[in-house]
Design a protein around this ligand. Sequence first.
Ligand SMILES: N[C@@H](CCC(=O)N[C@@H](CS)C(=O)NCC(=O)O)C(=O)O
Length: 202
Amino acid sequence: MLTLFHATQSRSGRIVWLLEELRAPCAIEHVDIYRSLTGTGRSDPANLHPDGKVPTLMHDGALITESAAIALYLTDLFPEADLGAPVGSPERGAYLTWLAWTAGEMEPAYWSKIEGRTETDAAARKRYDQVNARILTALRHGPFLMGHRFTAVDVMVGGALAWGLEHAPRDDLLDAYVARVAARPANARAMAKDAPEASVAA
Ligand SMILES: N[C@@H](CCC(=O)N[C@@H](CS)C(=O)NCC(=O)O)C(=O)O
């Protein structure tokens, strides 16, 4: 059995979206989190994450945290949905690279932009520019980041871009991509489940 610990308007929304894309049966436990940008909320004792963060996934007693690890875990668990790349497939290397890159490069680069460090720190600016160049280069081949096929990478990157679009460079290709992935029916279904009052076991 799968259970996702989720907080409204947070990183775990991407996992709700991915679960919808996968059509994976999963109970959603809405929890509170501490929100550093507003200083609101609190770490919820009901959340099994060791640091009180989300997303947190439980699968038959196994605890999985970290958005990229959860995305990989789920796409491996539901290979028939074809949203990942199985071990041994030619795309596996690129798939793992993109997933790790979202956590290791994209997120820190965008946070440095949000916090203004890209204005004062040349290394932060370079990283931010490299991140956007990587996305735009992939989208020129598109329509998705791994080419013709929509994958969990598009949920991770597209979801992050949709959240932080005001911090992204103005580019028609990027805007069209975010609109394209955000318009997916699974995203609409996920958004309907985002708030606590909408909590249901899928
Ligand atoms: N690297 C983690 C970051 C998780 C994270 O920081 N989540 C935020 C919500 S967007 C959170 O739970 N914050 C609560 C806290 O920092 O206590 C991931 O990608 O899953």
